[in-house]
Design a binder for this molecule. Structure first.
Ligand code: ZN
Length: 112
């Protein structure tokens, strides 16, 4: 397990359960975000508003409930140690290819 933990669910009933729980978590994040934002908007504190939005967005993007690149909530996920975040398997493969390409270009540049 070189790049981090991978969680794949084969059973369709368990997949539906997982996806439903993710949706509940995602909807709950709206339930806690909106009242907080409403209070801040009423207090006219724009800096605090952006701080809370960024904090909740960061929590969601690092959770296993949502791929931060494609925003899918119904995919098997893989943990990325470097980013301390979970990605769907498709996006994770793209990230690995990007890192390999970036690493090979860095080696080519360093050899000159
Ligand atoms: Zn994705």
């Amino acid at each position: 397990m070189k790049h981090g933990k991978r969680i794949v669910i084969e059973n369709e009933a368990l997949k539906r359960l997982r996806n439903s729980l993710r949706k509940v978590f995602y909807l709950y994040s709206d339930d806690i975000t909106l009242p907080a934002l409403k209070e801040i908007v009423e207090a006219n504190d724009v800096d605090k508003q952006f701080e809370i939005i960024a904090k909740i967005s960061d929590i969601l993007s690092r959770s296993i409930c949502l791929c931060p690149l494609c925003y899918k909530i119904d995919s098997d996920m893989r943990y990325d140690k470097l980013e301390d975040s979970w990605y769907c398997l498709s996006c994770f493969e793209i990230i690995l290819k990007y890192r390999k390409l970036k690493h090979s270009k860095e080696i080519n540049i360093a050899s000159f």
